[in-house]
Design a protein around this ligand. Structure first.
Ligand SMILES: O=C(O)c1cc(C(=O)O)c2c(n1)C(=O)C(=O)c1cc(C(=O)O)[nH]c1-2
Length: 253
């Protein structure tokens, strides 16, 4: 069988961009969230479950760095770790996410002890970290390319939250306000890296598959949050009760 030719840079770029159709901005939960249809309990659940994603970002980024033999890539990728972790506990992305938690009414303690994290979120995020640990660094980098689609989505989120959820303390938006300009810069560099280093057809297809996988990771988090949203209590979902003393161990649906 004839070997298939590698895609041109433009073709690969088009295939990667086409995966925006699988991005989580179109998930029914995000559509409802942006339309003002979520209550405080659902927004708290979203923030608490996203925390589990946020707190694993530095570890998956460290795995990409550990797998990468190229100093010029490692040098730049390391900045993602200091971005999330900050120089001290009083700054950085993780700190800003705790501020967001407080702005939506989650205590620091209940965010950090992860009592509201759903099993679907754990499976999704843990598999993203395992993917970046076990796959070549290039696939880990390609998986981060959801950042091509996130600036617009985050901008729409901040607007929608300010419009529909005036009970959320404005300080909570700091995470997104600082993240949006950074991700806009990072995404063009990451795209260039993936286009440059995905040389063979196999590498190109692996990069496309990595980005599709990442879209599924994000979608699975929202599936879990959406499913849980029909339960009466944050942290109590049918078959997924995180609280030993829950008065409704089978959930109330
Ligand atoms: O709020 C969002 O919708 C959103 C999406 C994404 C994304 O698309 O993966 C990230 C972030 N935020 C984010 O804040 C962030 O730090 C981040 C890192 C990564 C990644 O995979 O390396 N994605 C995202």
């Amino acid at each position: 069988m004839a070997e298939r030719r590698p895609l041109t840079r433009e073709e690969l770029s088009a295939e990667l961009h086409a995966l925006s159709r699988r991005y989580w901005d179109k998930h029914p939960f995000h559509v409802r969230l942006h339309a003002g249809g979520c209550g405080p309990r659902e927004i708290r659940s979203w923030v608490a479950n996203r925390w589990y994603y946020q707190r694993h970002l530095s570890q998956k980024n460290a795995a990409i760095v550990a797998n990468c033999p190229l100093p010029e890539i490692r040098r730049r990728w390391l900045a993602r770790i200091s971005y999330q972790d900050g120089r001290t506990a009083a700054e950085g992305g993780l700190h800003d996410w705790i501020v967001l938690g407080e702005a939506v009414g989650l205590s620091r303690e209940e965010l950090l002890d992860e009592r509201h994290v759903l099993r679907g979120t754990r499976f999704a995020v843990d598999s993203y970290v395992a993917f970046c640990r076990t796959r070549p660094w290039l696939e880990g980098a390609a998986a981060a390319l959801t950042e091509l689609f996130s600036p617009q989505h985050m901008t729409a989120r901040v607007q929608a939250w300010r419009e529909h959820y005036d009970w959320i303390a404005p300080a909570g938006m700091a995470y997104f306000d600082s993240r949006i300009p950074v991700v806009e810069q990072d995404s063009s560099w990451t795209l260039d890296v993936v286009l440059t280093h995905s040389v063979t057809r196999e590498q190109q297809e692996a990069s496309i598959a990595a980005l599709a996988f990442k879209c599924d990771v994000l979608g699975a988090i929202l599936d879990a949050v959406d499913y849980a949203s029909s339960c009466t209590q944050l942290g109590c979902v049918r078959f997924n009760c995180a609280q030993l003393n829950c008065p409704q161990p089978n959930g109330a649906r």
